[in-house]
Design a protein around this ligand. Structure first.
Ligand code: 5GP
Ligand code: ZN
Length: 114
């Protein structure tokens, strides 16, 4: 998608601090970190949110899952605990409409049930 900020990061048109990358996915530091570890994991293809993933996306789903574990290990939160969040739509607070998982950790996170 031409104007999508995360597609621009994938195409290296915008700078980012990349922690992990392969053919299918990319993980980079959030620009406005909410915790000592705050990393975004995205598919390299433009999908609006997690609801656009389906059974035909098996390879991508596996890549996203492997990226969660890899990022947790790279950042050290694998040992201490972390949170995986994906917002869907405006009421949930989604501001970038390219699927992304937030990986948050490195401090005690408050209980979050809405
Ligand atoms: P959302 O609110 O859609 O779940 O999360 C979007 C996230 O993307 C926010 O945490 C925001 O700080 C981050 N973000 C927005 N623009 C950029 C950017 O250009 N670079 C990086 N690294 N993160 C961004
Ligand atoms: Zn995009």
């Amino acid at each position: 998608m031409e104007s999508c900020v995360f597609c621009k990061i994938v195409r290296r048109e915008l700078p980012s601090t990349i922690l992990y990358e392969n053919e299918h996915v990319m993980a980079f530091e959030d620009i406005a970190k909410m915790a000592p570890t705050h990393v975004l994991i995205i598919p390299k293809t433009h999908l609006q949110s997690v609801v656009e993933l389906d059974s035909a996306d098996g390879t991508l789903l596996t890549a996203l899952q492997e990226a969660v574990v890899a990022v947790a290990k790279i950042t050290g939160v694998y040992e201490t605990g972390f949170r995986v969040i994906t917002n869907v739509g405006e009421e949930a607070g989604q501001t970038v409409f390219h699927l992304h998982y937030h990986i948050l950790g490195g401090r005690k996170l408050e209980v979050l049930l809405g």
